[in-house]
Design a protein around this ligand. Structure first.
Ligand SMILES: C[S@@+](CC[C@H](N)C(=O)[O-])C[C@H]1O[C@@H](n2cnc3c(N)ncnc32)[C@H](O)[C@@H]1O
Length: 190
């Protein structure tokens, strides 16, 4: 199974109608579309991307599959997520996905950066609901990708073990993508 399929499988296992989900890197909208299908028309998906072209592509994809009504698209950096999400969603988000790197077929200079990614992951850990899942796919093949992957790994490793469970999916192929899954505990210690 490809990494993206593993992430979609985790979405299918985790999400139910009425849930709230976030895509921190909307890109061409493939992940947003899956999330939007799973949360149903009573749920909500918030998607973020810096690029106007990515937001446009995502919007068109959602229109085509009649899923736009339950999605809010933010042309903004994911590091600003906390200020843009409805405050009532804090601690209520069932699934958060990040697919790092650059948009395939797009401008390779617009790429996720460790500082913004870590800021967004910090917010994500806070906004997840108990038993909610965070999935971060990192790429090691582009300039800066190895460094970003190792910083994400460090961040995940530093999360309080009593509040979060994490595991990593990777293949043996050198520079293949890595996905970090982080599940928030049912009951979090203070
Ligand atoms: C690998 S692509 C995402 C692919 C997407 N998941 C899909 O299904 O098509 C990474 C995306 O992250 C976006 N990006 C880079 N820095 C960002 C930031 N600070 N906040 C939000 N999006 C960012 C890029 O514009 C790019 O579209």
């Amino acid at each position: 199974m490809r990494m993206v399929e593993k992430v979609h499988h985790a979405m299918m296992e985790t999400l139910r109608h009425g849930d709230i989900a976030i895509d921190g890197t909307a890109g061409n909208g493939h992940d947003v579309e899956v999330l939007a299908g799973l949360v149903g028309n009573s749920g909500k998906v918030h998607a973020f991307d810096l690029q106007e072209s990515a937001i446009k592509a995502t919007k068109q994809k959602l229109k085509d599959s009649d899923l736009l009504d339950r999605c809010v698209l933010h042309q903004a950096g994911h590091e600003k997520m906390g200020a843009l999400l409805p405050p009532a969603s804090r601690g209520q988000v069932r699934f958060i996905v990040f697919n790092l790197g650059y948009l395939p077929g797009g401008d390779k200079s617009i790429v996720t950066t460790p500082a913004n990614t870590l800021a967004a992951l910090e917010i994500s850990a806070d906004w997840l609901q108990p038993d909610g899942l965070l999935a971060v796919t990192a790429y090691r093949g582009h300039p800066g990708g190895m460094e970003e992957t190792s910083q994400v790994e460090q961040f995940v490793g530093n999360l309080a073990a009593e509040n979060f469970d994490s595991f990593k999916e990777e293949t043996t192929a050198e520079k293949s993508p890595v996905t970090f899954f982080v599940r928030k505990a049912q009951q979090t210690a203070r």
